[in-house]
Design a protein around this ligand. Structure first.
Ligand code: UDP
Length: 240
């Protein structure tokens, strides 16, 4: 059995990754499958922090499109990520993984507040830490939260889980049959070509701090473990 290539990783799960094939909300089977993967990798001694999205429930931009104040919509989006975080915590605990949720918005009855040093201590003790409520600021996304938290806790890589696609393509493979799979790309190229890795604020943060991003298909239950073992899976984004 190969030893892990990473000691500490940050896994970004978009709301879509929790949705499975449902049109809305979170699929319990899908969340249970994710929990099994996380537990398996954690049992290898890899420290895992997770940032969850909320797009399966609510996005601030949707509210803004209907005339709502953008910041209000974004706070609703952040609360949606808290729902996902609790569902994921429940699933992780069911498979026996010690888990803590830390929220960027204070909701002390349901989650710890985000305290960087405390999060790192949890990780050192082998607990999986789920970061909820994104950055805590409107006009940002959970992709940016993933980049920010990964840097703060000194994660060695971000693992970006995608639904039904293997990684990054030259165009959307679900729409364009000529879309070409890209195994490796630089941050700058990904930003310039506006490829679907993460949003540009998040990508710039990774680029400025040289944090590698592994984009992979969540459908294959072995993928997180493979990446952690140093296998080439999906797309790697790093400096060119
Ligand atoms: N959001 C925010 N600030 C953050 C993170 C998230 O305002 O730091 C809001 C924003 O409205 C976003 C929603 O929360 O649309 C859900 O997050 P996101 O769209 O990033 O989720 P994902 O696409 O990963 O499911």
């Amino acid at each position: 059995m190969t030893g892990p290539a990473f000691r500490r990783i940050l896994l970004k799960l978009s709301g879509e990754a929790l949705m499975g094939d449902l049109p809305y909300g979170a699929d319990p089977e899908r969340i249970a499958a994710i929990a099994r993967q996380v537990k398996f990798v954690a049992d290898r001694g890899v420290e895992i922090a997770i940032v969850v999205g909320g797009g399966n429930i609510y996005r601030g931009l949707e509210g803004a499109a209907e005339g709502m104040d953008r910041a209000t919509g974004d706070y609703m989006g952040m609360l949606a990520t808290v729902l996902n975080a609790l569902a994921l915590q429940d699933a992780l605990e069911k498979v026996g993984a010690d888990t803590r949720v830390q929220s960027a918005i204070t909701i002390s009855e349901v989650a710890e507040p985000y305290i960087r040093r405390r999060a790192m201590r949890h990780l050192e003790k082998g607990r999986t830490v789920i970061f909820a409520a994104g950055t805590g600021n409107p006009f940002f996304t959970t992709d940016t939260a993933a980049a920010l938290r990964a840097l703060e806790i000194h994660a060695e890589a971000i693992l970006m889980a995608k639904n039904h696609v293997e990684g990054v393509y030259s165009a959307d493979p679900r729409v364009d049959p000529d879309a070409r799979f890209i195994a490796e790309i630089s941050y700058r190229e990904a930003i310039e070509q506006r490829l679907a890795v993460m949003d540009s604020t998040a990508l710039s943060l990774c680029m400025d701090n040289n944090l590698p991003i592994h984009v992979f298909n969540m459908d294959d239950e072995r993928n997180i473990d493979r990446i952690v073992c140093g296998e080439r899976v999906g797309t790697v984004v790093r400096s060119g």
